[in-house]
Write a new protein. Structure first.
Length: 173
């Protein structure tokens, strides 16, 4: 028998950056994509060397993760902004209710002193002279209807007789 030389196995080429980027892309995807930009950079470095298979997969997965992170961040930020706006509006509504209560007490005191309910011109003058404004920097309104009266705020939109008005509890004498 003849001795045939056995082929010496050649070490296969490795791409450490590509492999690392791929593994990181899978791990970082579990963070909602927020760390995916790191694996995206590592995977891009892996594309510079053969074999590129894992580096390419790392770029694709990391790109998806980065996009997901951006979408999640935008949604969370816009939701946070809406919540902050809602909280601020509620705080201002509460401030308006305090001003309305003060205005209502002023009118009641005026009624006690004068013995009758002021007309709308007198009632609004009482509120104006006291410097009572709502938190949106609009004057409060005194209103008469059918022997009853109320003090109200136009609310955030600055227009009376809309859905966001504050107050408007009708009182007798």
């Amino acid at each position: 028998m003849t001795d045939q030389p056995h082929p010496v196995p050649q070490p296969s080429e490795t791409n450490t950056a590509g492999t690392t980027g791929f593994i990181l892309s899978l791990v970082f995807l579990c963070t909602g994509g927020f760390l995916s930009p790191i694996s995206l950079v590592v995977s891009f470095f892996g594309l510079r060397k053969e074999p590129r298979g894992l580096a390419t997969a790392g770029v694709l997965i990391s790109g998806f993760g980065t996009l997901a992170a951006v979408v999640i961040a935008v949604v969370l930020l816009s939701a946070g902004s809406e919540v902050a706006d809602f909280v601020e509006t509620q705080r201002r509504r509460e401030e308006a209710e305090v001003e309305i209560a003060a205005g209502t007490e002023l009118v009641r005191s005026w009624i006690d002193d004068h013995g009758y309910v002021p007309d709308e011109i007198e009632g609004n003058a009482i509120l104006r002279e006291a410097g009572l404004d709502d938190p949106w920097e609009s004057e409060l309104r005194f209103e008469l209807a059918g022997g009853q009266w109320s003090v109200s705020s136009a609310g955030p939109d600055g227009a009376f007789d809309t859905a966001d008005d504050v107050g408007g509890i009708w009182l007798s004498r």
